[in-house]
Design a protein around this ligand. Sequence first.
Ligand SMILES: [Zn+2]
Length: 641
Amino acid sequence: MTNSRLIPFTLCVAAGFALSACSPNTSSAPVEASAVVPAERFFTADQFTYANYQEVVVKHAALDLDVNFDRKVLDGAVTLRFERLTAGAQTLTLDTKDLLIKAVSLETKDGWMPADYTLADADPVLGSAMSIAIGADAEHVRIIYETSPTAEGLQWLTPAQTAGKKKPYLFSQAQAINARTMLPVQDTPAVRLTYEASLRVPDGLLPLMSASQDGQDDDGNWKFSMPQPIPSYLIAIAVGDIKFKAINDTIGVYAEEYILSAAAKEFAETPMMEVANTELYGPYRWGRYDLIVLPPSFPFGGMENPRLSFMTPTLIAGDKSLTNVVAHELAHSWSGNLVTNSNWRDAWLNEGFTSYVENRVMEELYGEGRAVMEQALDMEGLKRAISEAKRPELTHLKLPDDMEHPDDAFTLVSYIKGANFLFFLEDRFGREKFDPFLKAWFNDNAFQSVTTEDFIAYLHVNLHKDNLDALTRAELDAWVYGPGLPPTARTPESDAFEKVEFAWNTFSAGDGNISDLKKNANDWSTHEWLHFLSSLSNDKLGNAVTKEGMEQLDEAFELTGTQNAETAFAWYMQAIKVGYEPAMPELEKFLMSVGRGKFIYRLYGALKDNGQAEMANRIFAKAKAGYHPIAQRRISDILAE
Ligand SMILES: [Zn+2]
């Protein structure tokens, strides 16, 4: 560093870190890298793990498990290979939650020997620390265990809860801290490990994992291997009456038969997304990329399990209008899976980057018009999320060190404020500089876990120091360490949305009739519909909709019962606010058949806030058994608040 103007910008001085953390270290840069990797990594302690990963770190897990649908447990063993980072370390500490530990042994020069271990009292969020005495030389520990039937990371569906109705189904969701309910592991994104697995499942069921699917051996064991090091939250399993359909040679879809063809059609443009991602940000490094469409109780839009994204069936709209979620999960192959937040306080490094990359890919494939509409819809959501935040610190990109649960990191602040910070940087530095910078970030930090401060140091060394006028330290701090949306945020301006607003204004002011509105809405996309529906109760845009208005809209556009889940959700939210009774039976059906948290958490919340707590409790009592354990916990909290 030669220019004194750098000093106020770099984190080194401001945060009291050693200056060397910001000095270039050209010698260690990978050959392909076009940029400079700062010499030291910053550290943020992960308060959601018991693991002593700074002393002893697990490098590989070999799972050997029976998938037992009768008892709803995974039953078997895991063998962990570990390395000592601190000489003389004698204890390996793992995270466990609701696991039944049966035996622990260490590999010694005399063979496998029983090992001493302790299991601490359980914390309701974190589970139990498991400390194993590892002696001086051992490198492998084997733990015989089984999971609990109520493990939060596993959902066991009865045949009746599947579409086919004949066979049971199991799927996992390890993010954020549920891997520890599936196996004893150092359950922090700061630790990366490779894994392999050998699974036994009942006849007629296909098991899949977030790994290379290596087929069945002569003894009937299904084999899996993940040679790239991943954080534990990306270990995933699905077992069911699952079929496969190829999209091309390296990309395909798994699903239950009923939705397989529709899913392959809906996701047919995934190969183009992979090309766009690769051109912008470098090679896809994971071998195959497949998608699995899960049963409707899957609580998320998608989960970026490597090589095998888990997807909700609510994306199958028939018109590819909701495939930005595919772009999102695929983008995680760079942001999140390749370069990972080392702490849930830095979740925006996963989700903000991914939301940014998703939008860039949507622009590449479908043009700026659609990309800007998606930005505008996201911005509406972000503003609402900021206004509803329980405290200002939860609207910082760098989240506070006293979050109650790591799930609190997964709000639109991490996703959309994070993406908008990158839009801001893109605008300030220009795409010609920002795109290669981001590509180099993914390349230079591939298979690493990083913190917000690592990104700031990298940004400074590789982009800002040669473009000092592009931004100030205060502007950067406002985005990363400040609350809400900074004044430097980009305002997405969509011509299409302006026309939608005009149409609603005219209609709601009584200056036009429903047939004029029908003419206007004739060729609206799902995005335009979503903006229209969110405008209905926005009193800045014409008059808020009345029950009579809802009736007219419903008659003209048949919104109640629509098969597009996003449109249905937006319509039912309005119906609840206005008290539009005719939509309620279909709303109930929706809540009974869809388990995606994005929809059902807010619908239950809206029912409760609009004097319909009784209805909310009644539907939840019926629907609960079909929801994922994560969703059950969240909705119980919402209704109890
Ligand atoms: Zn994501």
